[in-house]
Design a protein around this ligand. Sequence first.
Ligand code: HEC
Length: 131
Amino acid sequence: MKKYILSCTLLAILAACGGNEEKKTTDTAAAGTAATASTDRSNNPDYQKGLELVGKSDCLTCHKVGDKLIGPSYKEVAAKYENNEENLTMLAGKIIKGGQGVWGNVPMTPHAQLSEEDAKQMVKYIFTLKD
Ligand code: HEC
């Protein structure tokens, strides 16, 4: 009899846990849908191409999309500058030649091997991160 009660209790606990688990999954799934709905950039060719170039270079050792690392977050950069031809050229130049003094005293290393076209594509990617 004792054993029977015990296994009933166990079953009840298992069932309760199982129930919770299921609820959590649905919650995260819902949150995931909401996040993609407001920030879906995957169809933007500037986003895709720029992200690929940024991923191939060393940018992500110093930059993150949403948090400051050694350099400013890409979202901060996107928020600071207007998306126009002048800033595109200026920022691409900084990526190639390096920069210092805009965000603090830590310098950004130059990337002399990058073509201006690739550097501009990276800046275009950063501009797609504007909120
Ligand atoms: C060694 C670390 C480091 C690497 C690698 C790096 N950055 Fe930076 N980056 C920085 C720092 C530090 C700053 C802030 C410089 C300043 O204050 O002017 C910065 C600034 C920037 C800015 C803003 C410039 C401005 O004047 O506002 C852009 C855009 C940028 N980085 C893009 C890139 C891209 C794209 C790459 C990859 C090709 C890259 N960074 C690689 C450290 C780095």
